[in-house]
Design a protein around this ligand. Structure first.
Ligand code: SF4
Length: 202
């Protein structure tokens, strides 16, 4: 467990994928992605080279997983970097645990698919090879995010997991940061048992 992550907490919500359809608006969220510098520059980001609507074909259940990371232990530890950079450093550090947790769950549950909390984090490449038309260097650790598939992650987090997502504001970190990912599978219940998830949070 990385420094500062000891108090991170996980929460899970499971639903049939069609029960989340009210939260999906592909054109709306792709328009947001278009304003991001990563748009079209990372393989995890839109525009995707697959049909989003059929991406989950054969898998019926979504297990949404949130990691809530208290920021109090990081306050004042950013040196000269601004608060947005500090928030990114914290979430990148948390992603080392969170991505691994989802990938391990994916391995344990046949025909499941992990979705990450945002675009690629902790990639060894400074510039994604997509910019030069080359393949991902670590496809085994690259996954799309719910938001890149058009889901309103902030609304899902607040309404289904009871966690209002907060961002840095007025030069200050929020009290906590939140990662939201998912495991998509055919297993309706407890595909991600709490005990299994907490294996990495100890
Ligand atoms: S090379 Fe790195 S940044 Fe590019 S898609 Fe793969 S993991 Fe993401």
């Amino acid at each position: 467990m990385a420094d500062g992550m000891q108090n991170a907490a996980l929460k899970i919500f499971s639903a049939k994928i069609e029960e989340l359809s009210d939260y999906q608006d592909i054109p709306k969220f792709e328009a947001f992605c278009m304003q991001c510098p990563n748009y079209g520059k990372k393989w995890a980001c839109p525009p995707h080279f697959f049909d989003i609507k059929s991406f989950f074909r054969g898998r019926r259940h979504a297990h949404i997983v949130a990691m809530k990371i208290p920021t109090d232990t990081f306050a004042g530890k950013g040196g000269n970097i601004d608060v947005w950079e500090l928030a990114k450093k914290i979430t990148d550090m948390a992603r080392l645990e969170f991505d691994e947790l989802l990938l391990e769950a994916e391995k344990r549950h046949p025909n499941s698919l992990a979705l990450f909390a945002g675009t690629c984090a902790n990639c060894p490449e400074d510039v994604c090879p997509r910019e030069n038309g080359l393949p991902c260097v670590r496809p085994e650790k690259m996954r799309q995010s719910l938001e890149s598939l058009g889901y309103d992650v902030a609304a899902i987090s607040e309404e289904k997991l009871g966690i209002k997502m907060l961002w840095a504001k007025d030069g200050r970190l929020p009290p906590y940061l939140t990662l939201v990912g998912a495991l998509i599978s055919n297993e309706p219940e407890a595909a991600l048992a709490q005990a299994e998830l907490h294996r990495l949070i100890r």
